[in-house]
Design a protein around this ligand. Structure first.
Ligand SMILES: *Cc1c(COP(=O)(O)O)cnc(C)c1O
Length: 723
């Protein structure tokens, strides 16, 4: 609670006032009442609004920021997004005003995008972008003091082309300079001459809390009032002297802003995020609302006083803008709240993580989603056989199977008898097909656990049949992979197997050996496999055998080849929401989501000097002072040792490199770029953390293997956390 009350409520509140001032600038509400009064309100007092926005941005770009460059980048990205949206919002108005009939469209467009804004008030966005970047460069390069002097110099050049233009005009060199300048930017009130000084001032105050931050409220107030009086005098004098070209840059604006900002910083209290959201929206939409009010007067016979009396127009637009701003704020909070619902999951995640060393995080929702997506993509009559061998490719074994059971999956496949037994013991019902070899001696267990066995070849069939107890089997057919199955020439033997007394053949299938390849020879081979299998089935059919369930496709067979009349798709890796690798050929892309994340903890953080080495065999040697974190996972947990010096880990949402040899139980990362890293932080080896994500495909590629291997080798020592 204490902390909340220390937020910058003064800045938040003034944002709203600044937004109202900006609207006033564009309407001149007092124009018909008192010209001078209007000038003072809109051209002098109002001129604090935009510099205030710049200063506030500059302030928060430097205040307690660990990564100023990254923060600035994010800020610029956000501005560009808002700028883009605003441009689109006003495009109809541009069209209406004949913007695109301009003869020199391209140069005009360029100069508007960079400086003027495509509509008059939108200049703010490019100015803020350029101002933020330029001020950042100046500060990083020269420090605050020199950056301020440089930016103030630019500002001086700015006001000579603005409210002091009459003076510049008398000096031929300056005149020439500004003539050229104005060919590119309509005003000096832009990102180069106007914005930087305010960004730097805001940043300087944030970084050093210099005088304005520390001074007493009374002296700030005195400074502000004196500055305001001087600026008013300056403005009126300039106006009367007739030397103004434009009226946004004054000499005394700098001290006024300095004291005003100091004053506002004194007002602390709870955050007013509504004022923040609303002021930005108000800034963007008010010109549209001016147009709307005017149109309403014209089209719907609204009282014409709304247009003829600027004060009324101002009131209407101010209220509408505020309303729109608040509406958008409410909308945003709603969306945020919904996201927070999703964040509940994150909470669960966090709670589950306390005390864990290294773990797999498995996402139920994504697994169910993948089941739904795959099933929806299958032709009618075909159903999903979920391949859950090797602990469901490391993605949770029986628990994954049960989760899919709840999502309606009725058929599963495993590689080995023991895997099937494990599933049964953990209450997985439905069909379970054992895809690999089972010794005939264990036929009793096949029966006891109601498992379906693959017939690997003719001998296997005979041995299974000889046990004397009826077994459910699927007959494998070798169409070219040459792994399991009876040969294509063995139709007689197939017929014999299908007639064996103790074998109930409920399915017949083949496996494609190159379905994930785009190479023409591989594609031809795969098509040939499918064709041969189909001919084989025809042959059996001709012999009067009624065919059981037929299946051909595994994950990539399904994505890349049509196979009509199949009862099942045997999908494994796709259920995990991953691809075997990034080099896989996929004719169809489905919206599948990753199920598995791999995480561990930071155990310890230390600094090493240049020349020191890290880990076994000293394969890594620091070239400079480095911050090193030890992470609680190693090759003993299945994280490939081949990623030594090559892997990447996420800590606090940022990518950091694995350095030195990966040990059996630990590995080391260089966290110099994330200096706030501390013991207990979560390290993500696969999966998402904040905005960053390390995809399984990426890790597998780096380790020169496929995701299937990477996942299925994840160790038993890892805990499984379902979220
Ligand atoms: C493993 C396996 C599958 C599943 O393959 P994915 O490419 O992971 O979908 C299907 N069929 C057989 C015979 C398998 O051995």
């Amino acid at each position: 609670m204490m902390r909340r009350n220390r937020a910058y409520a003064g800045l938040d509140r003034f944002r709203l006032l600044a937004a109202f001032l900006v609207i006033a600038i564009h309407i001149s509400p007092l124009e018909t009442i008192n010209g001078t009064g209007d000038f003072i309100l809109t051209r002098i007092i109002g001129r604090t609004a935009v510099p205030f926005f710049f200063m506030t941005s500059g302030f928060f770009l430097e205040k307690d920021v660990l990564d100023p460059a990254g923060k600035r980048k994010e800020f610029v990205k956000k501005l560009l997004m808002l700028y883009g949206i605003s441009i689109l919002l006003y495009l109809p108005l541009n069209v209406y005003m004949g913007y695109f009939r301009e003869t020199l469209l391209l140069p005009v467009l360029l100069k508007d995008l960079l400086f003027n804004g495509t509509l008059y008030h939108l200049w703010y966005f490019p100015a803020a972008v350029i101002g933020a970047i330029l001020s950042g460069v100046l500060i990083r390069r020269f420090g605050y003091r020199k950056a301020f002097l440089a930016a103030a110099g630019l500002y001086a050049a700015g006001f000579l082309g603005d409210s002091y233009f009459g003076i510049a005009q008398r000096v031929p060199v300056l005149r020439l300079f500004y003539e050229n300048l104005f060919a590119v930017s309509d005003y000096t009130r832009n990102g180069i001459f106007y914005a930087p000084v305010f960004f730097v001032m805001g940043g300087w105050i944030a970084a050093e809390g210099p005088k304005a931050g520390q001074k007493q409220t009374a002296s700030c107030l005195a400074g502000f009032l004196a500055g305001m009086a001087l600026m008013t005098a300056e403005g009126l004098l300039l106006r009367n002297s007739g030397i103004m070209r434009h009226d946004s840059m004054y000499l005394f604006l700098l001290p006024v802003m300095y004291f005003l900002f100091g004053l506002l910083l004194k007002i602390r209290g709870p955050r007013q995020s509504w004022a923040r959201d609303a002021s930005m929206i108000m800034y963007i939409v008010h010109p549209a609302l001016i147009v709307a009010v005017r149109a309403a007067v014209k089209l719907f016979s609204f009282p014409s006083a709304l247009v003829t009396q600027p004060l009324l127009l101002y009131a209407a637009v101010a209220v509408l803008s505020l309303g729109t701003g608040l509406f958008c704020h409410v909308l945003k909070t709603r969306i945020r709240r919904r996201q927070r619902g999703r964040n509940r999951k994150q909470c669960l995640r966090r709670r589950a993580q306390t005390g864990l060393r290294a773990w797999k995080e498995l996402d139920r929702e994504n697994l169910r989603h993948n089941v739904r997506v795959l099933e929806r993509a299958m032709p009618p009559g075909c159903s999903l056989m979920a391949v859950v061998k090797a602990e469901a490719y490391g993605c949770g074994g029986a628990q994954a199977a049960r989760c899919m059971m709840q999502a309606g999956v009725r058929t599963f496949a495993v590689a080995a008898l023991d895997e099937g037994i494990q599933l049964r013991k953990q209450e997985v019902r439905g069909e379970i097909l054992v895809l690999g070899y089972t010794h005939p001696d264990r036929a009793g267990e096949l029966r006891r656990y109601d498992l379906t066995q693959t017939v690997c070849d003719y001998e296997h069939a005979r041995a299974l049949n000889a046990g004397g107890r009826t077994l459910k089997v699927h007959l494998a057919v070798d169409t070219g992979m040459h792994r399991l199955g009876i040969g294509l020439q063995e139709a007689d033997r197939a017929e014999e197997i299908l007639g064996m007394k103790h074998l109930r053949v409920t399915g017949i299938f083949t496996h494609l050996s190159a379905a994930d390849s785009e190479v023409p020879e591989d594609r031809a081979f795969t098509e040939e496999q499918i064709r041969r299998f189909s001919l084989f089935l025809d042959e059996l059919f001709r012999r009067g055998i009624s065919l059981p369930a037929v299946h051909i496709q595994s994950s990539y067979g399904f994505l890349n080849y049509p196979a009509e009349g199949c009862s099942y798709v045997r999908a494994g890796i796709l259920l995990c929401g991953a691809d075997s690798s990034d080099r896989i050929y996929k004719a169809r892309k489905l919206d599948l989501r990753p199920v598995l994340s791999l995480r561990a903890k930071v155990a310890s953080v230390r600094t090493i000097g240049p020349g020191e080495s890290v880990g076994y065999n000293r394969t890594y040697q620091a070239e400079s002072r480095r911050r090193i974190a030890v992470v609680t996972i190693g090759y003993g947990d299945g994280y490939p040792r081949s990623l030594s010096g090559a892997g990447t880990v996420l800590i606090r949402g940022r990518r950091v490199p694995v350095i030195g040899r990966i040990c059996m139980d630990q590995l080391m990362v260089d966290v110099s770029a994330v200096p706030e890293t501390e013991p207990g932080d979560t390290a993500t080896l696969i999966g998402r953390d904040g905005r960053e994500e390390i995809r399984a495909e990426e890790v597998a590629g780096e380790a020169e293997t496929i995701v299937n291997e990477l996942f299925s080798r994840l160790g038993r020592r890892l805990r499984q956390v379902w979220v």
